[in-house]
Ligand binder design. Structure first.
Ligand code: A3P
Length: 319
C-alpha cells in the first residue's frame, strides 16, 4: 500500500504532537512511555500491519532477553532449512537482523507502508508494544505471541547500562545517577514502561488464551532451557520429533543461541558492526541472573520488591 507521503506523515503525525512527554524523549501513549522518535512507527504499525494466521510475534519490554529470543525463535522455526551448523545465518548476522521490529524498524519509514510480501512463512516479528497496544489484526487472528519477561531488578540494571551506552547516540537524556534512574523506573517512567504493566498485559492474556500467548521468564529459560525450548516448539506447532531429539537438535539450538556462543561471534563482538545505529556489542553484556546485587542498595531492592508485590500479587505472578 503506497500512500502519498504527505498523507501518511500527517495522518500519523497529528496524533503524536498532543501526547504528554517526559524526560525530553518519551511520549505517553495508551498507558506506556514510548520514545517519541518511535511514535510514528507505533501508530503506523497499529494502522497498517496485517497479521497472517501463522505469524509469530515476539513481545517483550526492553532488556529482558529479546536478542536471545530472536535467535531462539529464528533457529527453532527455521531448523529444517539450516541443517548445516557451519552455515547458520546466526553465525554471521546479529539476531536483530534476522527478526525485524514492527514499530521500531519496519513501520518507521514516514514515506510508505512497508511491503512485507517477500517474507517467508511463518513470518517472525518482534514488538515492544504492550498487549493493549497491539494492532487489532494481531488480536483477531490466530497468530501466536511469545512473551518473555525478566526479574525487574536485573531488567533495570541491564537497561541502565544500555541507556548509558546509547544515550550519546540518540541524544536521549539519562539521569546522572543510578538512583534517579531507578526512581524513574519504579514510578513507571522508563523505556516502554511501566515495566510491571507491560509484563502484566501479556501475563493476563496468557492465562486467558494459553493457545495464543506463551509466557516465559528469562530466569526459567536459563535454568531449564531444554524443557522450555520443547514447550515453546510445541506451542508453535513445530514440536521436536523423537528422531530430532535423538540427534541432539534441541541442544544444538540452545548452544547456538547461548550467550557464550553468540557474544563471541565476530558479528556480535566487534564494535564496528551495528544495527539501528546501536553497536552490536551493546546487546550482549553479561547474560546472567542476579547481577542487580552488584548495583542496587538494600533500600533500592526493598523498594523494587514492594512495587513488584503491589503490582503482581493479585495476578499471581512471582519473582
Ligand atoms: P544483561 O545486561 O543483564 O547482560 P534485550 O535483548 O532485551 O535488549 O536484553 C539484553 C539482555 O539480555 C542483556 O542482559 C544481555 O546480556 C542479555 N542477553 C543477550 N543475549 C543473550 C543470550 N544469548 N542468553 C542470555 N542472555 C542474553
Amino acid at each position: 500500500e503506497n500512500l502519498q507521503e504527505d498523507e501518511l506523515i500527517q495522518e500519523v503525525g497529528d496524533d503524536i504532537s498532543s501526547l504528554p512527554t517526559a524526560e525530553g524523549w518519551l511520549s505517553h501513549y495508551q498507558g506506556f512511555w514510548i520514545p517519541t522518535q518511535r511514535m510514528h512507527g507505533v501508530i503506523a504499525t497499529q494502522k497498517y500491519f496485517q497479521a497472517h494466521e501463522n505469524d509469530i510475534l515476539l513481545a517483550t519490554t526492553p532488556k529482558v532477553g529479546t536478542t536471545w529470543f530472536k535467535a531462539i525463535l529464528f533457529a527453532l522455526v527455521n531448523r529444517v532449512r539450516y541443517l548445516n551448523p557451519q552455515q547458520h545465518p546466526l553465525l554471521t548476522n546479529n539476531p536483530h537482523a534476522l527478526l525485524p521490529y514492527l514499530e521500531g524498524e519496519l513501520f518507521m519509514n514516514k514515506n510508505e507502508v512497508p511491503d512485507l510480501t517477500h517474507l517467508t512463512s511463518p513470518r517472525l516479528f518482534a514488538t515492544h508494544l504492550s498487549y493493549l497496544s497491539l494492532p487489532k489484526s494481531v488480536k483477531d487472528s490466530t497468530c501466536k505471541i511469545v512473551s518473555l519477561c525478566r526479574n525487574p531488578k536485573d531488567t533495570f540494571v541491564s537497561l541502565w547500562h544500555f541507556e548509558n551506552k546509547v544515550s550519546a547516540l540518540f541524544g536521549t537524556k539519562v539521569p546522572d545517577t543510578i538512583e534517579e534512574s531507578f526512581d524513574n523506573f519504579c514510578r513507571g517512567v522508563s523505556l516502554y514502561g511501566p515495566f510491571w504493566d507491560h509484563v502484566l498485559s501479556y501475563w493476563k492474556e496468557s492465562l486467558e488464551k494459553p493457545q495464543k500467548v506463551f509466557f516465559l521468564k528469562y530466569e526459567e529459560m536459563k535454568e531449564q532451557p531444554t524443557t522450555h525450548l520443547k514447550r515453546l516448539a510445541e506451542f508453535l506447532g513445530c514440536s521436536f520429533s523423537p528422531e530430532e531429539e535423538e540427534k541432539g537438535r534441541v541442544n544444538d539450538i540452545i548452544n547456538l543461541c547461548s550467550f557464550n556462543n553468540l557474544s563471541k561471534l565476530e558479528v556480535n563482538a566487534k564494535g564496528n558492526t551495528a544495527i539501528f545505529g546501536v553497536d552490536n556489542t551493546s546487546y550482549f553484556r553479561q547474560g546472567e541472573v542476579g547481577d542487580w546485587k552488584n548495583y542496587l542498595t538494600v533500600e533500592m531492592e526493598e523498594k523494587c520488591d514492594r512495587v513488584t508485590e503491589e503490582k503482581f500479587h493479585t495476578a499471581g505472578l512471582k519473582f
